[in-house]
Design a protein around this ligand. Structure first.
Ligand code: ADP
Length: 543
């Protein structure tokens, strides 16, 4: 027997229509590339989105075409999210921090028809223009007054394009599994891999983002996504804000502590999200300038493991909850969040902290298992660790136009192989032990590079730390700790090694500490371990 409920497709247009209709006077605030702070409302945004769709139609964009963006978080980028997907085309967000060759690969692989580019990234496109298909149209995301004197041929101006367009548009009907956006994972190994989201996956993910045990975004919130819109759709936050009518604050290119703090303070932000690196900058700025952010309630930290010291700094210095989260481009990205549970209320703060530093428990919609080398399931006892596999309605079922990689990425039952190694405890909290390719194999046992790194950055003199396995004649591999000192940091190798005593098994303690000026990073701000391994390929550990 079929249920008798309306069969309405879940589309991104339904999100922005809802925002325009019921939160039409709620603000969207943007720090612009041109300089000033821009303010308008969901209502005004929606009018411009419809003009933009009409302009895209005039440029020849049709259903299924890929329209790329190379842009910071801002209102024009937000408009593109909804205009492009809403007309049945695919919004492809390019990460401008990728290397030139990777950007060329991505644009050619996606067969982008148009690229919308922020003023700051015009030079990026100029540098690679010769290697792109000459038919690709370029639109600079600014007004006539700020159009750059660019080498790019035939570049168009965003505001000129939409000026004079009609703000009425009949959204096409399509099936909810239609593709809506495309995002490439940064490809720490090999070429970037393309993840193609659907309208349905995007809306379901947005609903979860608004759940209390998800990101908890609501109509009462003022939300600053520091995580870039070119990084897994800013973790889905723009969609979740439209769904809930939260006020949005876009930071533009200002990711430094002072700029982020200024927006948090002036706009009364209650919720923000980003990677640990940006929070280190913010916390540094806040402690130097004795800032308090009384409106700020929750900070999500994801993309890399959060050190305990960071959770404590947010809790103690800013009286704000710091929630650890884990996910992947392939998962839209939400997988787990370290929210406490009702039966954990009576735990001591120390015991709770042991859970807060874990990557967290799955939200409804994400199922997970850990397996050994033969794909046999391991127990959820918080001790056994193996590769983490996931499935769910916002998890990819294969990379776009990449059968070879897709073939290796799923088990026999269709679960996605995350490439992360983790434990899952009795309460359902998952903890990443390492990336499968980063674990250090010493004497047949595994050492977690992440755990050693977390301990190292717990030292006030250490700004950043990376641990890699270095060849060892007896043990196969042994850990080498590579650190960047914070300004004025004076810690010695011996002091660093001493710090590990009692915190990990003796055989986990790194064999050596080297201090360098800077660590190599990926385009998403993670330490580029492949590069570190190259740099230290011939390194000899002291006997
Ligand atoms: P990429 O950096 O390759 O573009 P993603 O941004 O999709 O990829 O990153 C996904 C990976 O980032 C995860 O598989 C995991 O290794 C790592 N990651 C994400 N969140 C966390 C976290 N909270 N703790 C540790 N690692 C994390």
């Amino acid at each position: 027997m079929r249920g008798m409920m309306m069969d309405m497709p879940l589309t991104t247009t339904s999100l922005i229509e809802h925002a325009a209709r019921y939160h039409g006077d709620t603000e969207i605030v943007s720090r612009t590339i041109e300089g000033p702070i821009h303010r308008y409302t969901y209502g005004e945004s929606y009018q411009r989105i419809k003009k933009l769709v009409n302009a895209l139609g005039d440029l020849g964009v049709g259903e299924g075409d890929r329209v790329a963006t190379l842009a910071w978080n801002g209102y024009r980028h937000f408009e593109l999210y909804f205009a492009v997907s809403g007309m049945g085309a695919v919004c492809h967000t390019i990460n401008p921090r990728l290397f030139g060759d990777q950007i060329i690969y991505i644009i050619n692989h996606a067969k982008d028809k148009i690229i919308f580019v922020d003023l700051s990234f015009v030079p990026v496109l100029e540098g690679i223009a010769e290697q792109l298909d000459a038919s690709i149209k370029i639109v600079v995301m600014t007004d006539q007054e700020h159009m750059p004197d660019s080498k790019l041929e035939n570049s168009l101006c965003f505001e000129v394009l939409i000026d004079g367009q009609s703000d009425s548009y009949d959204w096409p009907d399509f099936e909810e599994n239609t593709a809506s956006s495309l995002c490439y994972s940064s490809g720490t190994t090999g070429n970037p891999k393309a993840v193609l989201y659907s309208h349905r996956s995007t809306v379901l993910h947005a609903m979860t983002a608004c759940a209390t045990d998800g990101l908890g975004i609501s109509g009462q919130d003022i939300v600053l996504p520091v995580v870039p819109m070119f990084h897994v759709n800013a973790w889905g936050i723009p969609y979740a804000c439209a769904l809930s009518g939260a006020k949005l604050v876009f930071p533009g290119a200002g990711m430094d502590g002072a700029s982020v703090c200024e927006l948090l303070e002036n706009e009364g932000v209650t919720f923000t999200a980003g990677v640990p690196t940006v929070w280190l900058l913010l916390l540094g700025y806040i402690s130097e300038n004795k800032k308090k952010l009384p409106d700020l309630e929750r900070v999500i930290v994801g993309g890399a493991a959060v050190p305990q010291s960071m959770i404590e700094a947010f809790e103690n210095d800013l009286d704000c909850r710091c929630i650890h989260a884990w996910g992947m481009t392939e998962m839209s990205p939400l997988g787990t969040l370290a929210h406490m549970k009702n039966n954990m209320k009576d735990m001591t703060p120390e015991d709770q902290m042991a859970y807060k530093v874990k990557q967290g428990r799955p939200v409804y919609g994400v199922d997970m298992k850990i397996v050994d080398d033969n794909d046999a399931e391991l127990p959820h006892d918080g001790k056994a660790f193996g590769e983490l596999l996931v499935r769910g309605p916002w998890v990819t079922n294969g990379y776009y136009e990449d059968e070879e990689t897709s073939a290796d990425s799923f088990d026999a039952d269709g679960w996605f192989r995350t490439g992360d190694v983790s434990t899952i405890d009795e309460r359902g909290f998952m903890q990443i032990v390492d990336r499968a390719k980063d674990v250090i194999k010493s004497g047949g046992e595994w050492i977690s590079s992440i755990e050693l790194e977390n301990i190292a950055v717990g030292h006030p003199d250490i700004a950043e730390a990376g641990v890699i396995g270095v060849a060892h004649p007896k043990w196969d591999e042994r850990p080498l700790l590579i650190c960047v000192k914070s300004d004025g940091g004076a810690v010695t190798e011996a002091e660093m090694l001493e710090m590990y005593k009692g915190k990990v098994a003796d055989w986990w303690i790194p064999n050596q500490v080297v201090f360098i000026d800077e660590l190599p990073h990926t385009a998403t701000g993670k330490i580029r371990k492949t590069e570190l391994r190259k740099i230290f390929a011939d390194h000899k550990l002291p006997a």
